[in-house]
Design a protein around this ligand. Structure first.
Ligand code: ARG
Length: 266
């Protein structure tokens, strides 16, 4: 059974601009955002049998909905994020308190190093991939690698639209990945190609990359992904996955979609 941490969008909105998707002039339609979030949660709970843990929303923290960035959870240990931008740093104490209340052993990264949690660190059971440069710093990965005894392969993110690894890279349960090659440099693309065999890699086309095709959540053979990614869905079907497209355009205004709205708790 999967458990995911989520945060209702009561105070979600565009209140600052910290990535190229966010425009203060592009206001969120609150009712629509709430409806889209509810639909997404319904798929997790009713269709996939996922257990949802809810973090209380906080006024003035519009991006708290993106719980992928709360931190990284490994067993009963939680590494709390250290956000790059001051606008999101106030989320840290709120999240840390939640982890403590739930009985997690809380790990804090030293001040001065940035780490944006499961938004940038994802992978398979033994090998993880760590996105860096836009938000997280490469220097956190040797520390986390040693702490959790996992190999972490750093991947530089070179396109500001794909500022977290989970916007351009998605590991799936069959050992496959969805990814957007242009978000990585040549070295990164080469490392990915060496690690993941050709037939297990799907390079999403430009128009689906900007529809956040890679920002998908995989639960067993099910893949929950933003609506509007038909070729990605066909590839997933051919690999035996069941797809669940959800309209999430209100969240894409902030640069996030399905995966950003969840944090895996196990
Ligand atoms: N507006 C948020 C930010 O720029 C979106 C975060 C999306 N989260 C993610 N895991 N990609 O920080």
């Amino acid at each position: 059974m999967s458990r995911l941490l989520v945060c209702p969008p009561d105070f979600f909105g565009i209140e600052y601009e910290i990535n190229p998707w966010m425009r203060l002039s592009n206001r969120v339609d609150h009712a629509r955002a709430v409806a889209q979030w509810q639909t997404l949660m319904g798929i997790f709970e009713k269709d996939l049998g996922v257990v949802l843990e809810r973090l209380s929303p906080v006024p003035g923290l519009p991006d708290l909905v993106f719980t992928a960035n709360a931190g990284l959870v490994v067993g009963r240990t939680a590494v709390v994020s250290r956000f790059r931008y001051p606008e999101r740093q106030r989320e840290e104490t709120h999240v840390e308190q939640w982890f403590r209340e739930q009985g997690y052993e809380v790990v804090r990264i030293e001040a001065g190093l940035h780490f944006e949690g499961a938004g940038d660190l994802l992978g398979f059971s033994d090998t993880w991939f760590g996105g860096y440069r836009q938000r997280s710093d490469i220097g956190v990965y040797p520390i986390l690698s040693e702490r959790f005894h996992r190999e972490i392969i750093p991947l530089e993110l070179v396109d500001s639209r794909f500022y977290h690894l989970d916007t351009c890279f998605c590991p799936l349960s069959g050992g496959e990945i969805l990814y957007y090659p242009a978000a990585f440099d040549r070295y990164g693309r080469q490392v990915i190609a060496e690690r993941i065999p050709d037939e297990l890699r799907f390079a999403v086309p430009d128009e689906e990359a900007i529809t956040f095709a890679c920002n998908a959540v995989c639960v067993g053979k099910h893949v929950v992904l933003p609506a509007g990614c038909p070729t990605t869905q066909v590839w997933l079907h051919n690999r035996g996955h069941v797809t669940h497209p959800v309209l999430l355009d209100e969240f894409i205004k902030s640069g996030g979609a399905a995966k950003c709205l969840t944090l895996a708790l196990d």
